[in-house]
Design a protein around this ligand. Structure first.
Ligand SMILES: C[S@@+](CC[C@H](N)C(=O)[O-])C[C@H]1O[C@@H](n2cnc3c(N)ncnc32)[C@H](O)[C@@H]1O
Length: 424
């Protein structure tokens, strides 16, 4: 993402102020995308605000620990959020340290004028003692920048690779495209990228990672429906579901329609795209229209089929269940701080209920693909083991390349879990 020239002072003051506001809202429980949408930074500042807010949330464990070392007593949430953003900027761009301190202090006067002196002292003390301060921040949360319960659960679930899962989650995500095979092949699209002076690499059947992220309006062929933006791990769902032409297919949690569109790109089928969130539903239609595809789009709760079912059973069902989203923190670093440990048990109950209800909608011999973007077994292997324990007629089928169903996040894809179940 190109940065606006943050050394231009007025830009940096306003960007710090706005990013601090967004981080404070996340601390109060709001998602970062909602917070940023509400703030609507001026067009020229948007990239800078995003960089500051995302970067701060990626590194928040360490930044919080540093600030705790630097403060003698607690400060109000708005000031705290602004100071962690300023610390992030100081660490990310040390060569502009003095401008940052100056502009951060100005931004503080928009939030809490009486705290200008305190902010100035805190940031200058950080610059004087940075290395020693970092050495004193020894907690796991400071080291990995996740909540302690998250670290503990991952360490237990993935004893061989928990650290790499944590560290991968703090990387910048790649921008990955899915080539619409109804329009062109992946090779043809790679050539097209080359004609536009762009480069990408094929990493799945239809998945191309761009060498550099681009604004969506600059992606060749996007408006014409030649490609969609979709992570490579998410692109496994539609092929796993094994849809054949003419089948009746249900996408039970479909919005915004990424996987629904992929299913329709792969096979001419009768797809019902269901979602319970009326605000997200229109995005399914928009996405399908751009790609020249269509489906029956329905608003409803997938765990209460009586309200939306037309009585017919489905030969394929995709349940892309609501989950902790712990596998996609590269894209959504706010999730690392918004989730509570108790969410996992609550989500697992919902996931189990959805599975039980949707199983009744599956035709004999039909297949149901359970998917989450979680890395916690409680929402994945354990949800499926409980379901199989309750349903003798369900058989779990192997998935190529995914032994236990878990795809842990990597530098070029998010983390996902898949389980394909067939009804006897
Ligand atoms: C992981 S997202 C789905 C992403 C989508 N499959 C895609 O690939 O673009 C989960 C979706 O489940 C929906 N959802 C949550 N509870 C639901 C329910 N009880 N019934 C139907 N949809 C639900 C949410 O509104 C959300 O859009």
């Amino acid at each position: 993402m190109p940065l606006v020239p943050l050394s231009r002072s007025a830009n940096l003051e306003l960007a710090l102020y706005t990013a601090g506001d967004a981080v404070a809202q996340v601390r109060a429980g709001r998602s970062l995308s909602d917070a940023l949408a509400g703030l609507e930074p001026a067009a020229g500042l948007r990239a800078a605000v995003q960089d500051l807010a995302y970067g701060t949330l990626r590194n928040l464990g360490l930044l919080d620990a540093l600030l705790a070392e630097l403060l003698r007593k607690p400060v109000k949430p708005a000031l705290h959020a602004l100071l962690v953003c300023a610390l992030y900027q100081l660490r990310a761009r040390p060569h502009t340290a003095h401008t940052t301190v100056d502009q951060a202090v100005r931004a503080v006067s928009r939030v809490e004028p009486a705290a200008r002196g305190l902010a100035n002292a805190v940031l200058r003390n950080y610059l004087r003692e940075a290395d020693a301060l970092v050495t004193r921040c020894t907690s796991d949360s400071a080291h990995y920048s996740y909540q302690q319960w998250w670290i503990d659960r991952l360490r237990k679930a993935w004893p061989q690779c928990w650290e790499s899962v944590l560290n991968t989650g703090n990387l910048h995500p790649p921008m990955t495209l899915r080539v619409n095979q109804r329009r062109l092949t992946a090779e043809q699209y790679l050539s097209k990228l080359g004609e536009h002076g762009l480069a990408g690499e094929l990493i799945g059947t239809h998945a191309i990672v761009l060498e550099r992220p681009l604004p969506i309006e600059s992606v060749p062929g996007f408006g014409a429906g030649e490609v969609s933006v979709q992570d490579a791990g998410a692109q496994l769902a539609a092929p796993f579901l094994d849809v054949q032409p003419g089948m009746r297919v249900l996408d039970a949690c479909a919005a915004p329609g990424g996987k629904a569109a992929h299913i329709l790109e792969l096979a001419d089928c009768a797809l019902t795209a269901l979602d319970s969130d009326p605000a997200r539903l229109p995005r399914i239609g928009d996405n399908l229209a751009r790609l020249g595809l269509s489906a029956r789009i329905v608003c409803g709760d997938c765990a209460s089929p009586a309200a939306w079912s037309d009585g017919g059973l489905f030969e394929r069902i995709l349940l892309d269940a609501p989950c902790s989203a712990s596998g996609v923190v590269k894209r959504h670093p706010d999730i690392k701080w918004l989730r509570r440990e108790s969410d996992l048990a609550r989500l697992a109950v919902t996931q189990g209920r959805m599975l039980d209800a949707l199983w009744q909608q599956l035709a004999p011999g039909g297949k149901l693909l359970y998917a989450t973007c979680s890395v916690f077994p409680q929402e994945n292997a354990q949800t499926i083991a409980s379901f199989l324990g309750r349903n003798g007629a369900a058989r779990r089928l192997p998935l190529a390349g995914l032994d236990e169903g878990q795809m842990l996040p990597g530098a070029r894809h998010d983390g996902f879990f898949y389980a394909l179940l067939q009804k006897h």
